[in-house]
Design a protein around this ligand. Structure first.
Ligand SMILES: [Zn+2]
Length: 281
C-alpha cells in the first residue's frame, strides 16, 4: 500500500487554541516553542491511498476557493498534486471524508456550479456527519458559519450524482482499508486504517491537530464539537496505534504529516516523528 500526502496549502500562525486544557509551560516544550504565540506551520489537504486495486482519497482540502484565504501558500493545489502522482480525476473511485469541515471537503466539487472534481468516486461519509450538516443544529455554532452552506451544496452535488455512501460504525472498504468511527471533533468524524503486511497506518483527520496530541489527548483543540468524546476517541486511537507500532497521519500535522507511535518501557504511549515512513506502509 502507498499513502501520499496531497497538500492543498499551508498557513503560519499562532495555535495556542490547539492546546487548551494545558498551561503554556506544559505544552510549549513539547511543541518546541518558547512563546505561546509563536507561529506554527499548519498544512491542509488529504491523502491518496493506492495498492488495493482502488484509488482512495481521504479528505479533499479547502477546494477551488482556497486561494482567497489570507496567508495561504500553495493554496488549491490538491488536484495538481493528485495528478503529479499519475492519477487522473476519473481514476479516483473512492473518497472518504473524515468529516465535513470546510478545510476537508472542498475538492468534492471544482466550481461553484457543483461540478464533481473526481466524477467516478463514491464518497463515504458517516451518516451522523451527513445528518448533522443537513440539520439546523449546525447553523447555531458560530465556528460553522460559512461552512454549513458549502457542506450542504457539496453533499447535494455528490448525492445528485448517486455517489453518496453513508454508513454507521466501522466500514471495511477492502482487505487493506478500514473506516473507524472516531467521533467528537464533529458528530460523525471518522478515521481510516490502512493495513498491509503486518503494518498499520491510521489517517486520523482532525482527531489530532498536532503530533503532541498523541501523547497528550486531553490538550484540546478548541474546535472540537464534543471535547469529552473527542478525548475518548484520541485515547482509543493512540492506544491502538501504540499496540500496533503504527504511524498516524493527519492533514494538519507539519510536513511530513506523519508520526510513529509505540509504547515506552513503562507501557506509556510515545511518539517519534519520522520522515522515513512518509511514502509507504
Ligand atoms: Zn481541519
Amino acid at each position: 500500500m502507498r499513502i501520499s500526502h496531497v497538500s492543498d496549502g499551508m498557513v503560519h500562525g499562532p495555535r495556542r487554541y490547539w492546546f487548551t486544557g494545558a498551561e503554556p509551560e506544559e505544552w510549549m516544550p513539547v511543541v518546541g516553542v518558547s512563546d505561546p504565540d509563536t507561529p506554527l506551520t499548519v498544512t491542509f489537504g488529504g491523502f491518496a491511498v493506492t495498492g488495493d486495486g482502488h484509488v482512495t482519497l481521504v479528505d479533499t482540502g479547502w477546494g477551488h476557493r482556497a486561494a482567497e484565504r489570507p496567508g495561504m501558500t500553495g493554496a488549491g493545489e490538491l488536484p495538481a498534486q493528485v495528478a503529479a502522482l499519475g492519477i487522473e480525476p476519473g481514476d479516483v473511485d473512492r473518497i472518504v471524508q473524515t468529516h465535513l469541515h470546510g478545510d476537508h471537503c472542498g475538492w468534492l466539487v471544482k466550481d461553484d456550479d457543483g461540478t464533481l472534481t473526481f466524477p467516478r468516486a463514491a464518497v463515504y461519509i458517516n451518516e451522523r456527519e451527513c445528518a448533522y450538516w443537513r440539520s439546523d443544529e449546525v447553523d447555531a455554532i458560530p465556528f460553522n458559519r460559512g461552512m454549513a452552506d458549502a457542506a450542504r451544496s457539496r453533499l447535494k452535488a455528490v448525492a445528485d450524482a448517486g455517489l453518496l455512501r453513508t454508513f454507521d460504525g466501522e466500514l471495511r472498504l477492502s482487505d487493506e482499508v478500514l473506516i473507524l468511527p472516531t467521533h467528537g471533533h464533529t458528530p460523525g468524524h471518522v478515521s481510516v486504517a490502512v493495513e498491509s503486511e503486518g503494518e498499520t497506518a491510521i489517517l486520523a483527520g482532525d482527531l489530532l491537530h498536532h503530533p503532541a496530541h498523541v501523547e497528550h489527548p486531553c490538550w484540546l483543540p478548541s474546535v472540537d464539537h464534543d471535547p469529552a468524546q473527542s478525548v475518548r476517541s484520541r485515547e482509543r486511537i493512540a492506544a491502538l496505534a501504540a499496540d500496533r507500532k503504527a504511524v498516524i497521519l493527519a492533514p494538519h500535522f507539519p510536513i511530513p504529516t506523519v508520526v510513529a507511535v509505540d509504547r515506552g518501557p513503562n507501557g506509556r504511549v510515545r511518539t517519534a516523528v519520522s520522515s522515513s515512513v512518509g511514502g509507504a506502509v
